[in-house]
Design a protein. Structure first.
Length: 138
């Protein structure tokens, strides 16, 4: 069995944002040489997420609005965590959107549905953060 590990680094200039990382994950898969197995893609920071959905700007806008309603950034003082920080909402948004995804690898490709793409979701940006890609298989 083969194993391949790579870190992807992102620096989202805004507080929140979504990046389609499917091409980077496909490149990691190519580098690994694995044709049958699994790929784990997970955010290595507690204020970011990795998720699968459609690459459609209206949907991403709706996510942003929906998440801000569920866990609004302001007023910052509404959260106990924010005594000395200002990112409690980002932790909650990450909890909702999830930490990682696992995708099957079949015949050397990501076994995604027709519209599925892999995304990095940032909820407390403006600094460098990483995503782990771990591939195992034959």
């Amino acid at each position: 069995m083969k194993s391949h590990r790579k870190e992807l680094w992102f620096n989202v200039p805004a507080r929140r944002g979504f990046i389609n990382i499917t091409p980077e994950v496909r490149e990691c898969l190519r580098e690994s040489g694995v044709t049958e197995g699994l790929v784990l893609v997970n955010a290595m920071h507690i204020t970011a997420s990795v998720f699968i959905n459609d690459d459609e700007s209206g949907l991403h806008h709706d996510y942003d609005v929906w998440l801000e309603k569920l866990a609004p950034h302001e007023p910052v003082a509404q959260y106990h965590h924010n005594r000395g920080e200002d990112n409690a909402d980002a932790h909650m948004k990450r909890q909702i959107m999830g930490r990682e995804v696992v995708v099957a690898i079949t015949k050397g490709g990501l076994d995604l549905g027709p519209w599925e793409q892999i995304f990095y979701g940032e909820f407390d940006g403006r600094r460098k953060k990483r995503v782990l890609v771990k591939i195992i298989g034959e």
